[in-house]
Design a protein around this ligand. Structure first.
Ligand code: ADP
Ligand code: ADP
Ligand code: ZN
Length: 303
């Protein structure tokens, strides 16, 4: 089973992808995680992506397309994958179609997680993860069972993403609306899009998603996105529908001991964490991706 999870930053894609991964035996493919690993490793891609991500912009299409093309081709993806954070532009959606067609793979579900912008800011401002195992938490919504101790691995060190600050969040949201939301009609027009209420509690969202994946009738919180009204005009091709918008970003791991409760805005002060990336990512950056980044002058000012 192959799935795409769509939704704005902070919608809960990563949280749910991890749960579905375990429940359905799939592998989560997060372009955000791949890029953060590249940043942490100090690779050529990472060095260039860093400024773009910190500015709340999108990394160039060619870079993420090359990352995904490489990752989808690996053996573990054959049992099924959850794409989290990709595609994010119509160009990426088209490239995904092309690479899947070439490999004879089909998408089983494209699911949008709907959450209001006002809530997203709080989700992102309160987000932190275990520095050791990457388990995700939230200051109020998803605390570890024992304060300051990771439920999964027992570590007491946590970190926040450098792009999870108010200034960058608004840029990332703007980028989502300008560049990513336009791909919803792309999937809706094919009748492939379903949606869940991402504002519901975490467990309810998992249930709604699980029902869709298990092919059960929509449970509370899940709804099939209405099909595009029969348009008089032909739906714009994704290429034409591409917005002019600028971008967004986030990323990098800033390490901070987050004493959960008092874990206030540590982001800025946080010491950067240089972590050796997972072997699955290390040194595997496709040359094409590195080249694409090399050509780009990051719009962001470096801090
Ligand atoms: P995304 O991957 O879409 O950017 P995350 O899964 O990282 O989003 O979730 C963002 C933050 O919101 C995390 O701190 C997570 O614990 C919290 N969160 C996720 N889903 C929910 C939910 N349904 N209700 C409340 N908080 C949530
Ligand atoms: P979130 O779900 O919270 O927005 P991600 O972890 O998916 O965060 O992405 C972090 C950052 O990495 C993005 O803001 C962007 O700069 C970059 N990025 C991730 N995925 C893509 C993508 N598919 N296309 C372009 N940039 C991406
Ligand atoms: Zn942990």
């Amino acid at each position: 089973m192959n799935i795409v999870l769509l939704g704005p930053p902070g919608a809960g894609k990563g949280t749910q992808a991890k749960r579905i991964e375990e429940k359905f035996g799939l592998v989560q493919l997060s372009t955000g995680d791949m890029l953060r690993a590249a940043v942490a490793s100090g690779s050529e891609i990472g060095l260039k992506a860093k400024a773009i991500m910190e500015a709340g912009q999108l990394v160039p299409d060619e870079v993420v397309i090359a990352l995904i093309a490489d990752r989808i081709g690996r053996p573990d993806a054959k049992r099924g994958f959850i794409l989290d954070g990709f595609p994010r532009t119509t160009k990426q959606a088209e490239a995904l179609d092309a690479m899947l067609a070439e490999k004879g793979i089909k998408l089983d579900h494209v699911i949008e997680m709907k959450v209001d912008d006002a809530l997203l800011v709080d989700r992102i401002a309160g987000r932190y993860t275990c520095a050791k195992c990457g388990a995700g938490y939230h200051e109020r919504n998803q605390k570890p069972k024992t304060e300051g101790v990771c439920d999964v691995c027992g570590s007491t060190e946590f970190k926040r993403r450098a792009d999870d600050n108010a200034e960058t969040v608004s840029k990332r949201l703007a980028a989502y609306h300008a560049q990513t939301a336009p791909i919803l009609p792309y999937y809706r027009a094919r009748g492939a899009l379903k949606s869940v209420d991402g504002m519901a509690p975490i467990d309810s969202v998992t249930s709604a998603l699980s029902a869709i994946l298990a092919g059960k009738p929509a449970a509370a919180g899940a709804s099939k996105a209405p099909k595009a009204p029969k348009a008089k005009r032909k739906p714009k091709s994704p290429a034409k529908a591409r917005p002019k918008a600028k971008a967004r970003s986030k990323a990098k791991g800033s390490r901070a001991k987050v004493p959960a409760k008092k874990a206030k805005r540590v982001t800025k002060k946080a010491v950067r964490r240089v972590k050796r990336p997972a072997a699955s990512v290390r040194g595997k950056v496709p040359r094409k991706a590195a080249k694409a980044l090399g050509k780009r002058r990051p719009a962001a000012r470096r801090k």
